[in-house]
Design a protein around this ligand. Structure first.
Ligand code: SF4
Ligand code: SF4
Length: 488
């Protein structure tokens, strides 16, 4: 079947249009000039209270209690959680990790990634709506903004009005509060990498190092900018997770949805009116769900990538449904399948356990178990063996062959350890230098170790040997491979 040719409309970005530097219009093209840059429309989210908002605030308190509180927690004689990059040691409560323990960091990253996949497959953007730092700090900054400038209507009125003393002091107070929180956040962040008590003293005496200064102000400035000004722009344009999270969604993922069937046709009406008599659905078209949305979208237009799943619109709509005497849940967490097939809550929940979710759970359980077992059975000391390149194999007095090594003994325990070095792999192989080495708690020490073997112990060439390290107070031994060279 022949279809009539439809006239094509050619849209030309301003930068490429004639008269704007380059580009020629093809003959006969019907052109319209559009800007690729949409002007930023400032969003004034209205505050909302309800079930999901309470959960969000609970998460704000919990996450910030942990973030601001953890660096001040003491563990014995040191900070409980400290990532000491200078001495290349990470302290996490009773764990002391060295760069050689990098595998645990990998494990933590794998667990975080799969937890995110799991939560997203089950309940959409739970992380974004309730625990992401961008959401949490925006919530805190919005709260401060409300204290200083009032709720949405007052802020809109003030911003549209001229500058006067009231506007000046309110805006000044808001920025002062924002800067205080931002600076405190930057300070706390650096407190995870440098002992926070020392940092506090340096901060008061204004003699922080240049790196500490840089990171306190950089992190503080990023918090101030992201939570105070950028807000939803970060979620919409900067966050990579917003782009790929939909790959983890399916028709059984919980998302914030508007029940179109129940809500439409929308329309205003008096509280006393009967919706069916007016041929109206449950939506009273009050626009409250749009006003409370931190990303400024209308959930009634369906699922949009800008939606961070915060549930503010569901809280707002429930308030209206309550006032109108209608059943709650016109906007609610539900799944595409549940809405289409009118499932009950129990039926919806039964579909949570599906193959994709079970695979995520299985992987997560495996990695968590492996990490737990590995950490529980981990020896609190480590060793690195480096052959001394300066000293090749040589003949020692008594007709023995000698090789020299450098051993780094790392004590990852909280007490001083006495280590014993032994070596095995060739007949008569023995440590000829000091075999007992003391290392203070959480410290490491380099020692030169001379190893000797009888001349007739092995033919010329290189032979695999093992250093065996034992600690006086800790059961278990550590074997580290190396080679012993027998010269011709
Ligand atoms: S549409 Fe609703 S759930 Fe989505 S971001 Fe806006 S208020 Fe939050
Ligand atoms: S809050 Fe509820 S009733 Fe009001 S416009 Fe939104 S969906 Fe409709």
């Amino acid at each position: 079947m022949n279809t009539p040719a439809t006239p094509t409309r050619k849209v030309i970005p301003i930068a490429a249009a004639p008269g704007n530097g380059s580009g020629q219009l093809p003959p006969g093209a019907d052109a319209e000039m559009v800007s690729l840059y949409a002007a930023h429309r400032k969003i004034y989210p209205r505050s909302v209270s309800g079930f999901f908002s309470h959960w969000r605030w609970a998460m704000v308190f919990l996450t910030q209690l942990v973030f601001y509180g953890l660096p001040w927690l003491e563990w014995g004689q040191r900070q409980a959680v400290l990532f000491d990059l200078t001495s290349r040691r990470f302290y996490i409560f009773n764990l002391v990790l060295y760069p050689q323990d990098f595998i645990y960091l990998t494990g933590i990253l794998v667990i975080s990634a799969f937890s995110l996949f799991l939560f997203t497959a089950v309940a959409g953007r739970l992380w974004c709506g309730y625990a992401c730092p961008q959401t949490v700090y925006t919530e805190i900054f919005l709260w401060l903004e409300k204290r200083a400038e009032g709720d949405r209507a007052a802020r809109l009125r003030r911003d549209a009005g001229p500058w006067n003393l009231d506007k000046l002091w309110r805006k000044g107070a808001k920025h002062f509060l924002w800067l205080a929180v931002a600076l405190w956040t930057g300070f706390t962040f650096v407190g995870y990498f440098t002992p926070i008590h020392t940092l506090g003293r340096e901060f008061i005496q204004m003699n922080m190092s240049s790196w500490e200064n840089f990171w306190v102000f950089f992190y503080g400035f990023a918090t101030y900018g992201n939570a105070g000004f950028m807000r939803e722009q970060v979620c919409k344009h900067m966050c990579p997770y917003a782009r790929f999270q939909s790959a983890m969604f399916d028709k059984d993922t919980l998302i914030v949805t508007y029940d179109q069937e129940r809500g439409e046709p929308r329309g205003a009406r008096s509280k006393k009116a009967t919706a069916s008599a007016l041929n109206l659905g449950a939506c009273v078209d009050c626009n409250l769900c749009v006003q409370v949305c931190p990303t400024g979208i209308d959930i009634r237009n369906g699922l949009q990538y800008e939606c961070i799943g915060c549930g503010a619109c569901a809280d707002a709509c429930d308030t209206i449904m309550d006032k109108m005497g209608y059943a709650k849940g016109l906007v609610k967490y539900s799944t595409e399948n549940a809405i289409r097939q009118h499932w009950t809550q129990a039926q919806t929940l039964r579909h949570v356990l599906r193959p994709r979710v079970l695979v995520y759970v299985a992987i997560l359980a495996t990695v968590v178990t492996a990490m737990t077992v590995s950490l529980a059975t981990r020896l609190p000391f480590k060793v690195d063996v480096v052959r001394d390149r300066g000293a090749l194999a040589r003949m020692a007095p008594g007709g023995r062959i000698e090789n020299v090594y450098r051993l780094q003994l790392m004590n990852a325990s909280e007490s001083r350890q006495q280590f014993h070095i032994d070596v095995q792999g060739l007949p008569g192989l023995a440590v000829a230098s000091e075999a007992d080495v003391a290392v203070p708690s959480t410290e490491s020490r380099w020692v030169a170790v001379r190893v000797q073997a009888p001349f007739e112990a092995a033919p010329s060439g290189s032979h695999t040997i093992h250093f065996e390290i034992t600690a006086q107070d800790v059961p278990g031994r550590l074997l580290e491979k190396s080679v012993f060279i027998v010269p011709r």
